[in-house]
Write a protein that binds this ligand. Structure first.
Ligand code: SF4
Ligand code: SF4
Length: 80
């Protein structure tokens, strides 16, 4: 689990489709009254891009994206 890597949502672009919650098994996202929120950033797996690849709105970017210390994900999904 990582403090150096977590999703950042573009709230203007997000349509609250739920694809990111469905994809992520680490409890990073929650739907709070019709708004998608990152509630557990430390649950995110360093280097994982799984939710970003499924987001139809292009609303997900990552804190740590350009950090050379971030290593590829070992989360076991097919998002690498
Ligand atoms: S997948 Fe993208 S558009 Fe859908 S709820 Fe998550 S951030 Fe919003
Ligand atoms: S990047 Fe991976 S681990 Fe992090 S929130 Fe998205 S699907 Fe979950």
């Amino acid at each position: 689990m990582s403090k150096n890597w977590y999703p950042i949502l573009n709230y203007e672009a997000c349509t609250v489709c739920g694809a990111c919650i469905k994809k992520c098994s680490h409890g990073v996202f929650a739907d709070k009254g019709g708004m998608m929120v990152v509630v557990n950033p430390v649950g995110c797996v360093e280097g994982c891009h799984g939710c970003q690849k499924l987001c139809p709105a292009g609303a997900i970017s990552y804190f740590g994206e350009n950090d050379p210390k971030v290593t590829p994900s070992g989360c076991g999904c097919d998002c690498k």
